[in-house]
Design a protein around this ligand. Sequence first.
Ligand SMILES: [Cu+2]
Length: 317
Amino acid sequence: MAQAGRRLPHARAFPDAFMALGQHFFRSFGTPMRIETGRRSVTALSTAAVALVLGISGAWAAAGQPSPWETGMQEMVTELGQSVSNFHTYLVWLIAAICLFVLALLLVIVVRFNESKNPVPSQTTHNTLLEVAWTIIPVLILVAIAIPSFRLLRQQLVPPPADLVVKVTGYSWYWGYEYPADQGGGFKFDSNMITEDKDRKPDQPRLLGADNAMVVPVGKVVRVQVTSADVIHSFTVPSFYFKVDAIPGRLNEVWFKAEKEGVYYGQCSELCGNGHPYMPIEVRVVSEQQYAAWLAEAKQKYASTESPAPLKFATAQ
Ligand SMILES: [Cu+2]
């Protein structure tokens, strides 16, 4: 099921190349061009045109984060996300068909039944066949939407047994991750946005890269428990298809099973205060061995969640 509708890497090539053409147009519009600049622009323009024809998406295509002029959903790396993405495409086509049908009916009426062509209008008030048809057909369309929709909702809301649980806490304005001790963890750490360009790794985009990423193994069911320590935040990673509110005093839950190794980014999606745009989510999906290595390293590096030995108080005589 997941493989069926997976988008090919060049699927975004058209909008990308189109954008390049558009940008070129607006940049050069109304500015007196020097000959040299003009020649360079022509080269850029022809490169964009070639990209458009050949379907090369260029450097913009990046998994796990949004890209300019993205018209569809971000590439999904979970089976559920892929199903939802397919469902979205199906709905878009369905809506397009309905809109075209209504438009065609309107055009027929405008052309064939205007006052000059049809001076004496029909006095018909009932047509049983038509009335039954326009009641039954919309019902069938809604059923065709409801069945896959409820199936997806069920898949999302009834999680399979988890291989790993991670607790995520929203703070103003950063995220905290906690890995329970019974699953090889027993530590917690905070994850802040990297503010200095020099501190970012080459694969980390600006405003999305975090100093400490959440790390999970590939192909495992991860249950994420989400809460907040102060105001309402929202834990969102588009590539995994989840968005869940982090609410103080409540424990919300989502699950995902990443099918592909890589780095996937998200952002807080609940307007939570002035640091709201600066609390990115970075999830690194790695192989089982890399995950084991990371666990060992993380236990040394991060704060332990094991409770310290109980304090003994001396009694004053
Ligand atoms: Cu927030």
